[in-house]
Ligand binder design. Structure first.
Ligand SMILES: [Zn+2]
Length: 76
């Protein structure tokens, strides 16, 4: 294609724009990214089967059911 794409923004924004870029025909070699801030990992709640955003806190409670988490980390 000969066009280079440079995406700079938060992790979630970069992922969103990347999806659009792939749909438009860009390849990995043509896309450069600079993610700003911490990566948002998702944590899975085994109580309510929903995903929450992982925070720095070790005492995270599920944002959906407010129970103490028993989670497994998920990286996309
Ligand atoms: Zn929950």
């Amino acid at each position: 294609m000969g066009t280079k794409l440079f995406i700079s923004g938060t992790w979630s924004m970069v992922q969103d724009v990347k999806k659009i870029a792939y749909a438009a025909g860009f390849t990995d070699e043509e896309i450069q990214t600079k993610e700003i801030g911490e990566k948002e990992d998702k944590v899975y709640c085994v109580k309510c089967y929903k995903f929450s955003k992982k925070t720095k806190s070790n005492n995270l409670t599920c944002e959906h059911c407010n129970r103490e988490r028993k989670i497994s980390c998920v990286n996309e």
